[in-house]
Write a protein that binds this ligand. Structure first.
Ligand SMILES: C[S@@+](CC[C@H](N)C(=O)[O-])C[C@H]1O[C@@H](n2cnc3c(N)ncnc32)[C@H](O)[C@@H]1O
Ligand code: SF4
Ligand code: SF4
Length: 428
């Protein structure tokens, strides 16, 4: 049984609060706490990419700084706000000798995280993505403002606490003309907003308006600094437009004193992991943006399953060869993290632009993976029941694909990648 919002606010009242987890869950929680005048000392995050920049105007401390903070603030209360890895954090607190510090788990108050895929299409055709993999026609569209508001209202009415919502899954949110209104609507309900975009979009007015509204988190997805590498993996995009938009973002952040956290998410391949990566890091350092890198995966899930079953198509085979960690290697690296439960199924609810509900965010094709035809006419219980019956989960779990998609055991991924010959121009 989940605890109530007022219990949480009472438990934190008058304390020096540290939020462990500076990403979306933490950002959403800080929005709630600050709106109730709770004093927040800052965030704790073990990811170095998050530590050097303020998040929502607050400092992000490394876990090593905790002992000093606790000495200065004996009334400290740490609230762990992450969607996974809670147990790892509790272990870390023990190893820092801080097991006695008052700790609250946000998951005791909130167990469902929502994604509303407002746009059902994209302007790019990245070969690693469902949009690049499709050969035939597939349903494309956008969510109307009316439906969006109904969806948000329903989510709020069914949950004690909703502190953030993501507005992307398979679509490109910056193509939706109503995006600013969606951000306004969520903020009016005190809900933080997460976006992810290729920003290879020539719409300066929208960019300015979005930033002026300070959505809490904007991930910029890209895969190269020079067109040669970028074009292969962000097919249809224009890296010069992306770079100019990065400058525009910086300009609008300063102009509107926006607190949007910009996370440049660099997708790693064999042909972009040396000079291209270094140049993008330099640009991000210049602009004060965080750069996080991720080993590029093959998406969607259906394509991975086909590949592992030996039914791959030539495009997927060639894509797999361009990866620093192939699907097979990624699955092998995460085999010890295989589990009977799946974080994508247990604590996430995705709502597609057409109100259908997929079993999780990793699947794209609707046949056999849709658990509800209309989010507005089903209960959470019905969704969860239907998820429990989804046939695709059996195969997916047997192959260990949830752990592969979570990218567990990063150390092993890095070792595998370091054994590959880089096809990028080399740094000196
Ligand atoms: C399918 S995209 C849709 C949103 C937007 N078009 C974008 O690319 O950011 C959803 C998420 O998938 C991530 N993504 C895209 N291609 C990926 C890949 N090959 N490997 C890992 N993550 C990827 C993106 O960074 C993004 O946050
Ligand atoms: S990854 Fe994003 S930018 Fe690339 S095709 Fe998919 S939705 Fe579009
Ligand atoms: S088991 Fe696979 S298909 Fe099922 S919810 Fe998890 S990731 Fe999605």
């Amino acid at each position: 049984m989940l605890k109530t919002k007022s219990t949480l606010l009472n438990a934190l009242s008058g304390k020096s609060v540290l939020v462990w987890g500076a990403r979306m869950t933490g950002m959403g929680l800080q929005r709630l706490l600050r709106s109730h005048s709770n004093d927040i000392l800052g965030f704790i995050d073990s990811d170095p990419a998050m530590q050097s920049k303020p998040v929502c105007g607050l400092e992000v401390f490394a876990p090593d700084s905790l002992q000093d903070i606790v000495k200065k603030h004996p009334d400290v209360c740490i609230i762990i706000a992450v969607s996974i890895k809670e147990s790892e954090i509790l272990e870390q607190l023990k190893s820092l000798g801080l097991a006695n510090v008052e700790t609250i788990l946000y998951s005791d108050y909130c167990e469902s995280f929502y994604t509303i895929d407002i746009m059902g299409s994209c302007n790019l055709k990245c070969p690693s993505c469902a949009h690049g993999a499709q050969t035939g026609k597939y349903p494309q569209g956008r969510m109307s403002k009316k439906s969006f508001e109904k969806v948000v209202d329903k989510i709020i009415s069914e949950n004690e606490l909703v502190t953030h919502v993501s507005l992307y899954s398979w679509g490109e949110p910056m193509l939706h003309k109503d995006l600013p209104d969606f951000i306004r609507y969520l903020h009016s309900k005190n809900i933080a907003v997460a976006l992810s975009s290729n920003i290879s979009i020539d719409n300066d007015k929208l960019l300015a308006e979005v930033i002026s509204l300070s959505p809490e988190y904007l991930k910029i997805s890209l895969s190269g600094f020079y067109p040669e590498a970028y074009n292969r993996t962000h097919t249809g995009g224009d890296i010069n437009l992306v770079k100019s938009n990065l400058y525009r973002l910086k300009y609008y952040i300063e102009k509107y004193k926006s607190h949007t956290f910009i996370d440049v998410n660099y997708h790693l391949y064999k042909d972009n992991n040396s000079l291209n990566l270094m140049k993008m890091q330099e640009l991000c350092d210049e602009l004060g943006f965080s750069l996080s890198s991720t080993y590029s995966l093959i998406m969607p899930l259906e394509r991975c399953i086909n590949h592992l079953e030996g039914n791959s198509d030539p495009k997927t085979v060639s894509l797999n060869q361009s990866l620093l960690v192939s699907v097979e290697e990624g699955v092998e690296a995460t085999k010890n993290n295989k589990s009977d439960s799946c974080p994508f199924r247990e604590n996430q609810i995705n709502i597609n632009w057409d109100l259908t509900v997929p079993v999780c965010c990793t699947v794209f094709e609707q046949s056999g993976t849709t658990v509800a035809k209309d989010f507005l006419s089903v209960t959470t219980e019905q969704i969860n029941k239907a998820k429990g019956k989804a046939e695709i989960c059996k195969k997916c779990m047997a192959y260990g694909l949830p752990a592969y998609n979570m990218g567990f055991n990063k150390k092993r991924w890095a070792e595998i990648a370091s054994e590959k010959i880089s096809l990028d121009r080399q740094t000196k």
